[in-house]
Write a protein of this length. Structure first.
Length: 200
């Protein structure tokens, strides 16, 4: 939608533009040309090159999203069969052809001569944006909040090619023999002349 500052900037720039019937440039315009410029700027259209006149103003305003009637704080246009003017959302009246060219002031859209009025609705307040950061938490003096615990990492996936784990130890198995004493003398070599042991 539009910003009021944009419309004020436009009317300040074109204020003093000479009255030229059917004009559509900074060199001059008429009443409906000025209202075309203001409504074009308010609805995101190019300011120049898309003008209307008092004969087709109603259909052109409907095409731009205007509604019938007036509304405080809205862009309001008033017209009759031969003249039109506008009042900006902040209440600033603008016109062309009321004793000269484009000017700020005068009766604007609310002149008694106008038998028709339309307004551009003011956009509603923007809703809370989803995902907005939460409001800050007010802490008591001297109290520091605990830092948040880091998230636990998931366990690594099992290796399908790893060997199976060893079976658990048998609690009733005899204890393993003690390891050999590395400092014990070596056993004597066998006697080659000893008689063979008797058969069992």
């Amino acid at each position: 939608m539009f910003a009021i500052a944009t419309l004020l900037t436009l009317v300040n720039q074109v204020s003093g533009t000479p009255y030229v019937s059917g004009g559509d440039s900074p060199a001059g315009t008429d009443c409906s040309g000025l209202v075309s410029w203001v409504t074009n700027a308010a609805t995101g259209r190019p300011v120049y090159g898309d003008r209307f006149n008092t004969g087709n103003i109603e259909s052109e305003l409907l095409e731009r999203g205007f509604q019938y009637g007036t509304q405080p704080g809205a862009l309001v246009v008033g017209w009759n069969g031969g003249h039109t003017a506008a009042t900006l959302p902040d209440g600033t009246p603008v016109s062309s052809g009321e004793g000269g060219g484009v000017k700020i002031g005068g009766g604007g859209a609310y002149q008694d001569q106008f038998t028709n009025h339309m307004f551009l609705p003011v956009p509603p307040e923007q809703p809370m944006v989803p995902g907005a950061p939460p409001a800050p938490v007010v802490m008591m003096a001297g109290h520091q909040p605990a830092p948040p615990a880091p998230p636990m990492a998931p366990p690594p996936p099992a290796d399908p090619f790893a060997p199976p784990p060893p079976p658990p130890a048998d609690p009733f198995a005899p204890p393993p023999p003690p390891p050999a004493d590395p400092f014990a003398p070596p056993p004597p070599p066998p006697d080659p002349f000893a008689p063979p042991p008797p058969p069992a």
